[in-house]
Design a protein around this ligand. Structure first.
Ligand SMILES: [Fe+2]
Length: 269
């Protein structure tokens, strides 16, 4: 099974890049399933019900989250009950939604997806992603050997540690959150594909998606500054993982990094 994982989809630029490029990436690479991180799609913070519907319409089969899964102002998270939208599994359990799912393709093949969040340099009070992740992967493996993990974390060491911890049990551990694609994609000894970060689908001419002026101002003044999403330098970042259907082990992992030039107006209403 060939899986395209789309790196953090950021704001309007990321959404448009995905809408315009996803069908041709699917065709050109014979993609069977698409998973993408949508926690930044609403202006860089969170995802609304409407934007969730749009991401699904563009062709994502499963949409993962992270530290901004519950960051939108309207506070309507009812869509989190949909089985194809995930928030980190190790969030406090009373939050809406769930942290894993099994998606069934039209041909009957199943792919399990687990969404976890790191604790190093971020939410230190979360439950242990290692113990919870391992338990969940084992549970999903009773239904399918094809398991993809989106590990939304800051520290490269924590991401690599989780990947090695579940090596041979997950088909792929894909790091997200830093919005900077790393060049360390590889297959671990047990057969798990791994990359520290899949990167960002959004405005590349930015500081992790935001206009540079505001971020610099915050560093200089150490006061609250309202960040604005950049509109410049659209790109698609992600990885394609080819997984053996029977063993669930990865056959290959390759990075996708495409600059996107927009033409004319965009409307998807
Ligand atoms: Fe994040």
């Amino acid at each position: 099974m060939k899986i395209f994982f789309v790196g953090d989809i950021f704001g309007n630029v990321g959404r448009r890049a995905l809408a315009e490029r996803l069908p041709s990436i699917i065709d050109a690479n014979g993609i069977d399933a698409c998973v993408g991180n949508g926690e930044n799609v609403s202006g860089g913070r969170g995802m609304t019900k409407n934007l969730f519907r749009k991401l699904r319409k563009y062709g994502l089969n499963v949409i993962t989250g992270g530290n901004h899964s519950f960051s939108v102002a309207d506070n309507d998270y009812s869509f989190m009950e949909e089985p194809i939208v995930l928030r980190p599994l190790n969030y406090p359990p009373k939050n809406l939604g769930h942290g894993s799912t099994i998606f069934t393709l039209k041909d009957g093949r199943n792919i399990g997806v687990v969404n976890l969040m790191g604790r190093t340099f971020m939410h230190e009070s979360l439950d242990c992603p290692f113990r919870m992740g391992l338990e969940e992967i084992k549970k999903l493996r009773e239904q399918t050997p094809i398991i993809l993990v989106d590990f939304h974390a800051e520290a490269s060491s924590e991401k690599a540690a989780l990947a090695f911890y579940v090596d041979g049990l997950a088909s792929a551990v894909i790091g997200t959150h830093t919005h900077v694609q790393t060049a360390d994609e590889r297959i671990l000894p047990g057969g798990t594909a791994f990359i520290t970060d899949a990167g960002m689908t959004g405005p590349g001419s930015s500081i992790i998606g935001m206009k540079p002026e505001g971020v610099i101002k915050k560093y200089l003044l150490q006061t609250y500054v309202r960040f604005e999403p950049s509109e410049e330098g659209a790109m698609i970042n992600g990885v394609i993982v080819d997984v053996d259907d029977n063993s669930g082990k990865a056959v290959s992992i390759s990075r996708v990094f495409e600059r996107v030039t927009f033409k004319g107006q965009f409307s998807d209403d």
